[in-house]
Design a protein around this ligand. Structure first.
Ligand SMILES: [Zn+2]
Length: 99
């Protein structure tokens, strides 16, 4: 199961990403929300040492790069582009956003 969304649209003007799945789950995730949820090694190190990954509110998504079937790399306007987001993880974020 790939968990790939039926719909993944980068809104260039706002820097947000709109995602939708065939079961009706759908949300627009802001650049800041995605940046704060980054799970790259650097961000995970910050969390492990007790810190928080606090994205500036104005941070925007500047590129989405598919990584095979199961994930997407997200590049941010603050130059951070190490985050690879499995679709299944983004799905969890969307469910949190709409809960
Ligand atoms: Zn990161």
């Amino acid at each position: 199961m790939s968990c790939a969304p039926t719909h993944a649209v980068w809104h260039q003007a706002s820097g947000a990403v709109e995602l939708a799945w065939s079961d009706g789950a759908r949300a627009v995730l802001s650049g800041a929300a995605l940046r704060s949820a980054c799970r790259c090694a650097g961000c995970e190190r910050v969390r492990r040492s007790g810190g928080r990954v606090d994205a500036p509110v104005a941070v925007r998504v500047v590129d989405l790069r598919p990584m095979g079937e199961g994930a997407v790399q997200i590049c941010f306007s603050d130059g951070h582009e190490r985050g690879v987001y499995p679709w299944v993880y983004l799905r969890d974020l969307v469910h949190e956003a709409i809960a």
